[in-house]
Design a protein. Structure first.
Length: 236
């Protein structure tokens, strides 16, 4: 039973259905707040849709509907559509988010840099929660689903490296790019050694979660951690 849960919860189709509420929440919030609040990874993901001009948002929404229908069809075909699957996935994500906040936070802010305790989140609460959700969805799609997968396939298929080595290199390089991107763009923060190390460590943890537990749980872990950080649960 436990192995069945781990197998089903990791599948991309179940992950997509799982993250759909976060995607809807973020897109509705952007429509309310305005595009100036967009997450950088969101902008990267939707850049190809600018070819459609003002219809870009409509095309994106249609793609979301198509992916949802395909995901539901695939799950039904496999006879494993079970809404009760998503509750333990959410709880698992909460556990990982608390691990990042308390354990990774302790390592960076108490052990490595005990005299520099500034956390990397200083957003206004309403917009900050919206950005937290967007970061969870789009940064995991860009930096984990696309980047980790691309690195892994390139290293295993082109460079012919072993799978364990490919996984380690993919995780580290994707985490490094993920960290650097937080200092680029209009919503970027000032560089500090603490924020760099914390984001690097978080990127490694999230990449591991993606590889071993799937996209959906990685998305919720990221989003839940960000929301709790905005609410200052991990500060003090």
């Amino acid at each position: 039973m436990k192995s069945l849960y781990f197998s089903r919860s990791k599948r991309l189709a179940n992950s997509f259905v799982f993250i759909l509420p976060l995607l809807i929440l973020y897109e509705a919030g952007i429509a309310f707040y305005g595009s100036a609040l967009k997450n950088t990874a969101d902008t990267i993901t939707k850049t190809p849709l600018t070819l459609f001009g003002k219809s870009g948002s409509l095309v994106f929404n249609l793609l979301v509907i198509v992916f949802l229908l395909v995901a539901v069809f695939y799950i039904e075909k496999e006879h494993n559509l079970n809404v009760f699957l998503y509750f333990p996935m959410f709880i698992e994500s909460v556990v990982y988010a608390l691990f990042i906040g308390y354990v990774a936070g302790f390592v960076v802010y108490k052990v490595l840099f005990p005299y520099l305790l500034a956390m990397p989140f200083h957003w206004e609460t309403g917009g900050g929660i919206l950005l937290s959700v967007g970061a969870g969805v789009y940064e995991e799609i860009v930096f984990r689903l696309l980047l980790v997968s691309a690195f892994y396939l390139f290293i295993t298929k082109v460079l012919k490296a072993s799978k364990p080595l490919s996984a380690v290199v993919s995780i580290i390089f994707s985490a490094l790019i993920f960290t650097i991107m937080h200092y680029i763009g209009g919503l970027s923060g000032a560089f500090t050694y603490t924020s760099f190390m914390f984001r690097m460590l978080s990127g490694i943890i999230l990449a591991c979660i993606f590889m071993f537990r799937g996209l959906g749980i990685a998305v919720y872990t990221h989003a839940i951690y960000n929301v709790l950080a905005v609410l200052k649960l991990f500060q003090g």
